[in-house]
Design a protein around this ligand. Structure first.
Ligand code: ZN
Length: 452
């Protein structure tokens, strides 16, 4: 596995992390000894279970779905990057991937999918599952090995091998200790079935899945590359149901943090320090008073592409904005900026766009000390219900004389006027979530309206 990240100086407002974790031709994901061990295990199991290797059923090549997925509660736009494709160049010392690029390492027979960001946090919390890319029969499995390796020096990995109906096999390697499916060798799995959790067992320098496909398990040179492109010499068509692009350039996460994210050295677990609620006055550890950290995470960044970062007010106008220009290509980039928080109550949005993709996080400002508007007491002249509402509510007027109602925002901007007689008035607004006030004809603040 190989992940590059580039360090860029940026005055005061920036924090970043970089890491380099590598498998190589000297330290491959699967050692020659392990290939032999897996092949003999499969052979034994086929004999023991009397699996029919010569049946007359039509042998169709499998079509793969993506072999990893994040659990439903993980809300980032994505959760991985491709850290190495299959090496298509058989010459030692030369490398080439299916797209004629160099995202591989010498002699690599599989596709490495690294989970990112927060790879050890994800490992600890079972965030990224390994799923069967195609239906088949379990023909080899091994579990119980240490799963937090940081360099390619431990040969014992947790793995599963699935044989498809055409007798090709898929090898799922480096999984988390004791995460592998309890199904026995000989049992069948369906496509999409959870078979483990991404880990860093075996020859691995960080949590990733090594996904390798072979047409003949007993032949070390029978590996194929499921991605089809101009430089794939191993197959004549894609093996994916929907082949993903070579690069998936995107912002996959934008988030707001009380202080810096802690990225310890491998295999430490990251401390994310994320929060979506800030009480004013706010003091973050190591930050200027009233500041928070705004992070964005770019995958497959491309030199000269510009990321636009904005904090939006509750009414979606821009509170503040800035930009970032990629200075070089990289597989992933983490950028953190210290920015002053708003001080007026409401729900704000931090939003980042990059290469036509978008990620955002909402955060709420609770200011208990400053706005006099916030401390008004009810006059009981008008009754508002429901309150909070989604923007549609009823105002009940106990007074006999007609009155004028005006809705204003926290800055005192007039938004809507209504005439109200004694009784009920149904009001339908499309106000953004936040806090507003009702004024009567004498411009008295009468009631707080909360839109959720
Ligand atoms: Zn690998």
């Amino acid at each position: 596995m190989k992940i590059n990240s580039f360090i860029i100086p940026f005055f005061l407002t920036l924090s970043l992390f970089s890491f380099s974790q590598e498998n190589s031709s000297e330290n491959p994901c699967i050692s020659l000894g392990e290939y032999d061990e897996i092949a003999s295990q499969i052979k034994e199991n086929i004999t023991r279970l009397k699996l029919d290797m010569n049946n007359s059923v039509l042998r169709t090549r499998p079509s793969f779905i993506w072999p990893i997925r994040a659990i439903d509660s993980w809300n980032d736009k994505s959760f991985y990057c491709v850290s190495a494709y299959v090496d298509q160049n058989g010459t030692t010392g030369q490398i080439k991937d299916w797209n004629c690029g160099t995202n591989t390492y010498d002699g690599h027979h599989g596709t490495d999918l690294s989970i990112w960001p927060f790879n050890f946090y994800k490992l600890d919390h079972d965030i990224v599952e390994v799923i069967a890319a195609a239906a088949g029969t379990i023909v080899a499995k091994h579990d119980g090995e240490f799963d937090k390796n940081c360099n390619a020096s431990n040969p014992n990995a947790n793995y599963l091998v699935i044989m498809h109906s055409d007798k090709s096999v898929a090898v799922y390697f480096h999984m988390k200790k004791n995460s592998i499916t309890s199904k026995d060798v000989g049992a069948t799995v369906v496509a999409g079935e959870k078979i483990g959790v991404v880990g860093s067992s075996g020859n691995s320098s960080g949590p990733h899945l090594h996904f390798e496909v072979k047409t003949d398990f007993s032949n070390s040179t029978s590996y194929i590359d499921p991605f089809y492109g101009n430089c794939n010499n191993l197959t004549n068509a894609t093996w994916w149901v929907n082949q993903k692009p070579y690069k998936e350039t995107a912002v996959i996460r934008a988030s707001v943090h009380t202080t810096d994210i802690v990225f310890p050295t491998c295999p430490g677990t990251e401390t994310i320090n994320e929060s979506n609620v800030y009480s004013i006055p706010f003091q973050g550890d190591g930050l200027a008073p009233g500041y928070a950290k705004f992070y964005m995470f770019l995958r497959d960044e491309v030199k000269d592409l510009v990321a636009d970062l904005k904090i939006l007010n509750p009414d979606k106008s821009v509170f503040t904005s800035w930009s970032y220009t990629s200075l070089s290509d990289s597989k992933n980039k983490t950028m953190g900026y210290s920015k002053k928080l708003p001080t007026i109550n409401g729900k704000y949005t931090f939003i980042v766009t990059y290469n036509g993709t978008e990620s955002s996080s909402d955060f709420t400002i609770n200011n208990s000390s400053t706005t006099s508007l916030n401390n008004i007491t009810s006059s009981n002249q008008f009754l508002i219900y429901p309150n909070p509402s989604n923007g549609s509510f009823t105002v009940h007027n106990e007074e006999i004389e007609p009155n004028r109602l005006r809705i204003i925002d926290l800055k005192g901007v007039h938004l809507h006027d209504y005439e109200i007689n004694k009784g009920d008035l149904d009001i339908h607004t499309n106000l953004s979530p936040g806090i507003y006030f009702l004024q009567d004809k004498d411009n008295q603040f009468l009631e707080k309206i909360i839109i959720e």
